[in-house]
Design a protein around this ligand. Structure first.
Ligand SMILES: [Cu+2]
Length: 503
């Protein structure tokens, strides 16, 4: 798990301070004609279980394996096949066909949560039917709340070959298929849960559920308006698991994708139950009424809108075994009326330091060696302890990368020289996840809890704050020769600047 430091590049660049205020937008009104609800009510409410409970029943694991096996055996032109379903999320390069609803996943906008809920809902119905078990429900992987459950559940790892329909080649700088737990910094959701607004409206704004847009994105599925939960744990875990999961076009081909997203869906419900103004974007007409296409277990084309997926038990017949994700009482979906007020805004005052020379063209190229950037900490982190309300964000701007090989670097804060990078250690802040990031987009990482921990342990000393990018060791190991690995990593990820903002 440790990485031998052979060379260390340190760039010390001038820092500067500036202040800015985010803009406030208004809600456009769009009315749409929409299709009828496609989800038939059967009366049964299925309970999605924690995978660690689920695997205590060999029959359930068997049903899950069988369902996936049957789906994998279907021709990929069949909408109920494994590949057809995965291609609805994304299409690998080289695939020239464009069948109905392929590549329609929504990322980086406020459609992220509802689209993935719809996708899971019909996938689960197809899987249940394919398994032959009328009670099968998708399990979820709760990697956040206990160290033991950060380990990839064993049926997905063992046996480690193609006879196991749950197995897939995985791993970035840790070996998840050997049972390495996900690092704590990758599974945090407390920062995201602090957000009380579902969506934000301005570039660089923050919210739980993503940026408001007027239309679902067609055929691009890369947008930069991530909500905080989509960034972490969602994006980071895609990159941390790596393999098929590491890039949008192939992610849904790894069976763990469905358990990862069931967990994200559960966290959405949990966030709502926290109250304090947390609510869905039910006053936004686009979010409520935009129509998305799926297929049911009979291969029949169906459509769903945001307003059809607000109440999991009442509209979609499922619940989670997690009591904190449940409503106390049955709530009827909101009425037809559309509120015109700017319900959710994201005004904030920010302080910023740049870790790269401002106004100068500068490209930072990541390679097969760790790279460290540093800037004067000033009062951003040095003299003032972070209060409970403050948020410290690392912004990496103008990121360019190869979408077929989005290599995830590990990010460390103030990693001392001579100390080996360790994703389980205090300096590890998160993964540079390129999952669904647009070209020349901005990658953001909330480093508040990492910095707070370092301050508490008196590890935040000196006048500089530094950020170190460490290449994933497993990518290195997989390359036969040093030359191959240098060729693979050299210039694979480039960016034009790094800044720190404090709210
Ligand atoms: Cu995902």
């Amino acid at each position: 798990m440790s990485y031998e430091l052979s060379r260390r590049q340190v760039l010390k660049l001038a820092g500067f301070l500036s202040a800015g205020t985010a803009a406030v937008g208004s809600v456009p009104i769009v009315s749409r004609f929409f299709a009828d609800r496609a989800n038939a009510q059967t009366g049964t409410v299925y309970v999605r279980e924690n995978i660690y409970t689920f695997i205590q029943s060999p029959q359930k694991v068997e049903a899950l394996r069988r369902g996936i096996q049957v789906m994998k055996s279907r021709p990929d032109t069949n909408p109920t096949s494994w590949i057809y379903q995965a291609n609805m999320h994304g299409i690998p390069s080289g695939e020239t066909r464009r069948l109905t609803a392929w590549r329609t996943c929504q990322h980086g906008t406020f459609y992220f949560f509802p689209w993935h809920r719809m996708y899971l809902y019909y996938f689960e119905r197809i899987l249940r039917q394919a398994s032959g078990d009328p009670n099968l429900a998708l399990p979820y992987w709760n990697y956040s709340d206990s160290v033991e459950q950060r380990v990839l559940p064993s049926p997905f790892r063992i046996p480690a070959n193609s006879t196991n329909p749950l197995y897939s080649d995985r791993g970035s700088s840790i070996n998840v298929n050997q049972g390495d737990p996900l690092p704590e910094a990758d599974v945090r959701y407390a920062d995201a849960f602090q957000r009380t607004n579902f969506f934000h409206t301005s570039d660089g704004g923050r919210s739980f559920g993503g940026r408001r847009v007027t239309e679902a994105n067609a055929n691009t599925h890369r947008a930069n308006g991530y909500g905080d939960l989509e960034r972490r744990p969602h994006n980071g875990i895609h990159s941390r698991i790596g393999g098929l999961m590491g890039s949008v076009p192939t992610a849904a081909r790894d069976p763990i994708f469905w358990l990862h997203h069931a967990n994200i869906d559960r966290l959405w419900e949990r966030w709502l139950r926290l109250g304090g103004g947390r609510a869905n974007a039910t006053t936004n007409s686009d979010w409520m009424n935009d129509v998305f296409t799926f297929f049911d277990e009979n291969g029949t084309q169906v459509q769903l809108r945001g307003r059809d997926v607000l109440d999991t038990a009442g509209q979609l017949n499922y619940l989670y075994d997690d009591p904190l994700s449940r409503r106390n009482r049955s709530v009827t979906p909101s009425s037809q009326s559309i509120d015109t007020s700017t319900q959710q805004t994201d005004t904030s005052t920010q302080q910023q330091i740049a870790m790269s020379a401002n106004d100068r063209q500068l490209t930072i190229v990541l390679s097969d060696a760790p790279l460290t950037l540093s800037a004067p900490a000033q009062d951003l982190v040095r003299t003032r302890a972070l209060t409970a309300e403050s948020a410290l964000t690392l912004n990496i701007t103008g990121v360019e990368y190869n979408p077929d090989n989005p290599i995830p670097y590990d990010i460390y804060i103030n990693l001392p020289e001579g100390v080996a990078p360790d994703p389980y250690g205090p300096y590890y802040a998160g993964i540079l996840s390129l999952f669904s990031l647009p070209q020349r987009g901005t990658f953001r990482l909330d480093i508040t809890s990492t910095v707070r921990q370092l301050q508490r342990r008196s590890l935040m000393t000196g006048d500089f704050i530094s950020v170190t990018f460490v290449p994933p060791y497993r990518e290195l190991q997989q390359e036969r020769s040093t030359q191959d690995r240098q060729a693979q990593l050299q210039g694979a990820v480039r960016f034009s600047g790094v800044t720190l903002t404090r709210e």
